[in-house]
Design a protein around this ligand. Structure first.
Ligand SMILES: Nc1ncnc2c1ncn2[C@@H]1O[C@H](COP(=O)(O)OP(=O)(O)OP(=O)(O)O)[C@@H](O)[C@H]1O
Ligand SMILES: [Mg+2]
Length: 336
């Protein structure tokens, strides 16, 4: 706003200045006999005087832009780095995938608690699903597992080891995560998928893409797997980005799999097609799934219904349907 105002103000001021000089000079010329030549040159001089000042104002604009940029740079520099691991942090090597939440309470800030006293236990190889309305805290639970945030009280364990005592790197290596918001980076499709596991061979990448049903659209692109994606994959559709992210999780081959709305932007037909691939992917892995389309969570070993950060119902699909509670409402509401 400041930069926008600067130029017109300066131009207006010099115009008013010109008008005042001309008027007063005119009056002086008539009443006091000021000579016209003197007045005319004085007006010229005052115009010339105004010009560099106008130029200065346009430089102030550039300065403003630079300052605004600098502010962002400093904001970035002020970001607190992730706290370092404890000195004798354990490195997880062989993970079975037994995950437990014990009385977990968590809030993003100290003033508002989001999750209240969550208790969960997932056996290795089982699939657990979270359902609930928007803002219920599903993504928040998922965020706690890889320690994107640390919990305030309670305990989360993997194979009986408290994740607080585990190094973040090895913890995250044991999980493949497809988040609600997809992230890709500038680089080829091949590199983007391989980001899941840097040691994967080209054949393994292609294999993962086939499993995620991304292979066909990738081969239709002008350079196939060597097509360069723009920043964050803006030259792809939302659904295609999700497919690439699923392929990336597939290639990771981690014992714990986390899918947060992984198929929300994919049409139902493609979803059906990747379902089989997903089943193969989930085999023998502890899987956490969040989905609004309840058809995708039906076969989970346990379904957890969340509301305002509390578990209000839990059980298998048939159990919950016969209970006729919140899950039943969500489910039938969706299909009636
Ligand atoms: N980074 C954050 N900082 C502070 N509060 C947050 C943050 N992320 C989420 N919240 C709050 O936590 C609550 C739960 O959010 P969460 O993302 O877990 O919902 P959700 O169940 O995943 O919803 P959706 O179905 O829309 O994905 C919301 O009330 C939200 O306002
Ligand atoms: Mg969410």
């Amino acid at each position: 706003m400041f930069s926008g105002m600067m130029m017109p103000i300066m131009i207006n001021m010099s115009t008013i200045n010109y008008a005042l000089t001309a008027t007063i000079g005119g009056i002086l010329a008539v009443t006091r006999g000021l000579d016209i030549g003197g007045l005319a040159s004085f007006l010229q001089y005052s115009r010339q005087f105004g010009r560099p000042i106008n130029e200065l104002s346009s430089q102030v604009n550039s300065l403003q832009a630079a300052l605004a940029g600098a502010e962002r740079v400093f904001e970035m520099m002020d970001q607190l780095p992730e706290p370092t691991d404890e000195e004798n942090a354990i490195t997880l090597s062989k993970v079975n995938g037994d995950v437990r939440f014990e009385n977990v309470t968590f809030g993003y800030g100290p003033e508002k608690v989001i999750l209240h006293d969550i208790n969960l236990s997932v056996k290795p190889g089982n699939k657990i699903a979270f359902v609930g309305s928007t803002g219920a805290g599903k993504t928040t639970i998922i965020n706690l597992l890889p320690r994107f945030y640390d919990i305030q009280s309670g305990k989360i364990t993997i194979d009986g080891i408290d994740i607080k005592d585990v190094s973040r790197e090895s913890l995250r290596k044991s999980m493949a995560i497809v988040l609600q918001d997809t992230h890709l980076f500038t680089g080829t499709v091949m590199e983007n998928i391989r980001y899941g596991r840097l040691t994967a061979t080209d054949a393994e990448v292609v294999n993962a893409a086939e499993l995620a049903n991304a292979h066909s659209f990738i081969t239709r692109m002008p350079k196939g797997y060597q097509t360069v994606l723009d920043g964050d994959g803006s030259n792809l559709s939302q659904g295609q980005r999700q497919l690439l992210n699923i392929a990336r999780a597939t290639v990771a081959e981690a014992p714990i799999l986390i899918l947060d709305e992984a198929t929300s932007s994919i049409d139902t037909r493609t979803e059906k097609l990747i379902e089989q691939g997903m089943d193969t992917l989930m085999q023998g892995k502890t899987t956490f799934v969040i989905a609004h389309r309840l058809s995708t969570v039906q076969n989970a070993n346990e379904i957890i219904v969340l509301e305002f950060g509390n578990i209000i119902e839990r059980g298998s699909h048939t159990d919950l349907m016969s209970k006729k509670g919140k899950y039943y409402q969500l489910y039938t509401g969706q299909f009636s």
